[in-house]
Design a protein around this ligand. Structure first.
Ligand SMILES: [Zn+2]
Length: 125
């Protein structure tokens, strides 16, 4: 039984240079910090608005969803850091193509190449 997993990128053919990976790692780390701060602020706002008059209901809901988005972002960013560590970072999870550096710099936690993102969403990407 042989598992022919594609590990070429781990054997020196990674399409991203060590410098690019270091930059992306920094991007991921600083974005995690930003999202953690954002999540904390929104959670504090939720706590503050909870139990207050109904006039604040929409504001509280908005803060709740912003806090949830920040948590989700942290989760995705941490997963991206994990992929950086195991060497699978920057490869499209659908077609295994290398994701171009400019796309990674724009969205460091991105998991698919432009083509696969387009195919999934229809137009966005
Ligand atoms: Zn792809």
């Amino acid at each position: 039984m042989s598992t022919s997993v594609d590990v070429r990128h781990m054997q020196g053919e990674y399409h991203l240079s060590a410098e690019a990976l270091a930059v992306l790692r920094r991007e991921l780390c600083s974005e995690i910090l930003r999202q953690l701060v954002q999540g904390d602020e929104q959670a504090a706002l939720v706590a503050e608005l909870t139990g207050q008059p109904e006039a604040h209901e929409l504001e509280r809901e908005a803060a709740e969803s912003a806090a949830a988005r920040a948590r989700q972002a942290v989760f995705e960013l941490e997963q991206a850091l994990g992929r950086l560590d195991d060497g699978s970072y920057g490869l499209c999870e659908k077609c295994r193509a290398g994701i171009p550096l400019e796309r990674l710099l724009a969205i460091p936690q991105v998991r698919t190449c432009r083509g696969c993102a387009d195919a999934r969403t229809g137009s966005l990407g």
